[in-house]
Write a protein that binds this ligand. Structure first.
Ligand SMILES: Nc1nc2c(ncn2[C@@H]2O[C@H](COP(=O)(O)OP(=O)(O)O)[C@@H](O)[C@H]2O)c(=O)[nH]1
Ligand SMILES: [Mg+2]
Length: 380
């Protein structure tokens, strides 16, 4: 005869074995029962922040603007070359089909060369709203004379040798610097408060039946993203020391309750290389136009790291958004299914069903080892 104690031990043993088998064989079970998830729930937060979509009242049930006919002061912003026409057409067509044929937000296209007639004609034919095509002022785009070209070209050669992606490219650096500190100064964007950035060859997998701009506006959000990940260290060797200098000299410009813990694991001593992937952005232009970010960008630009290294607009925007916003002003657009090669965010569960998404829910970057979403979650 077994004593009652032996029964208890046996049953416990079976439960623990089952738990381990399920954790390894069923991803969802493993996630739902992970220690971090359980401790989060004990802290009184109902699961990851990312679980929710937009509040019910934002859904339009077939129409365009919300129930009260409200619209935001917003536009799509697309930086592109004439040669990007096919990739841009693909992205824009999907944006129209999934969202904008109902909501009809205008587009602003920007280029350092004049857009061709063919480009303008094809885009105007695809969209249901209006588009403006802007020329970028020379000084906003090209490498400034203050940059020591010899030093910059040595840095490029070293990056080519080190196989750093776009390491040898000056145009790519112009683009990163432009996106970091200039696009929002373009005259065509002055009239807008919010923008949604679109790149060539991206995928929008789900119907978006509510207005993300209104959500940003009503909830006083400054920055919205779908994918976050780690930056290549070779491209940003001195970025964080430059940021730290700025912080030391400008403490008063930092937002209270900011998102420092998304970008640093040691209260700002080092950068953990997490950034929001800026090929998708829905953001408040006033974040960039404000005093804090303006001074921040000028400080970075003076150091020349856009050319002496290869600082990307993604870490620069992300650090700016994290320092100069409250953490709850940064929004994860969980219900927007999105891919920019090679990573995608595919909504899960109810969000996948509601958006009639066609991405495979199993192909989802959210909690892959190279994703930073867990750090975003743990801020809340
Ligand atoms: N006008 C212009 N746009 C560019 C240039 N280089 C890149 N872009 C745009 O900048 C964005 C980022 O470039 P992309 O090639 O997608 O870079 P990746 O996503 O980092 O691989 C895209 O919207 C491109 O169309 C350029 O030299 N001129
Ligand atoms: Mg791209």
């Amino acid at each position: 005869m077994m004593t009652p104690m032996r029964y208890v031990v046996l049953v416990l043993g079976i439960i623990i074995s089952l738990h381990f088998i399920l954790s390894f064989s069923h991803e969802d079970y493993g996630r739902a029962t992970s220690i971090s998830r359980i401790t989060t729930q004990f802290k009184g937060v109902s699961g990851p922040r990312v679980a929710g979509g937009a509040p019910e009242e934002y859904y339009t049930h077939g129409g365009g603007a919300d129930a009260e006919g409200r619209r935001a002061n917003a536009a799509f912003v697309i930086l592109a070359r004439n040669g990007d026409l096919q990739g841009i057409s693909s992205s824009v067509k999907q944006m129209e089909d999934r969202f904008n044929k109902k909501f009809k937000y205008p587009y602003v296209f920007l280029n350092e060369e004049p857009f061709s007639e063919k480009f303008k004609r094809q885009i105007n034919n695809i969209i249901s709203s209006t588009a403006e095509f802007g020329l970028i002022p020379h000084d906003h785009w090209y490498q400034p004379d203050t940059i020591d070209e010899e030093k910059a070209s040595k840095a490029r050669q070293a990056m080519v040798k080190g196989n750093v992606i776009y390491g040898g490219s000056v145009p790519y650096r112009n683009m990163c610097r432009y996106n970091s500190g200039f696009f929002y100064r373009h005259e065509l964007l002055q009239k807008y408060k919010y923008y949604w950035r679109i790149e060539p060859d991206v995928m929008f997998y789900c119907d978006i039946d509510y207005d993300p701009f209104l959500l940003m506006q009503d909830q006083n959000k400054t920055y919205g993203f779908t994918v976050s990940l780690y930056e290549y260290p070779e491209t940003i060797a001195s970025l964080w020391s430059t940021v730290k200098e700025f912080i030391q000299e400008n403490q008063e410009l930092l937002s209270p309750d900011n998102a420092m813990s998304f970008i640093s694991d040691d209260h700002g001593e080092t950068y953990n290389r997490c950034h929001f992937w800026s090929n998708f952005e829905i953001a408040d232009l006033d974040l960039w136009r404000g005093e804090a970010y303006t001074k921040f960008f000028d400080h970075l630009d003076e150091k020349g790291g856009f050319y002496y290294e290869r600082w990307g607009d993604a870490p620069v925007h992300s650090i700016g958004a994290a320092l100069f916003s409250r953490k709850d002003q940064i929004h994860f657009f969980n219900d927007i299914g999105y891919k920019h090669n090679p990573f995608q965010h595919c909504p899960q569960g109810d969000a996948h069903t509601r958006g009639k998404c066609w991405c495979d829910p199993k192909e989802n970057f959210d909690y892959e080892w190279y994703s930073c979403l867990k750090r975003y979650d743990s801020m809340f």
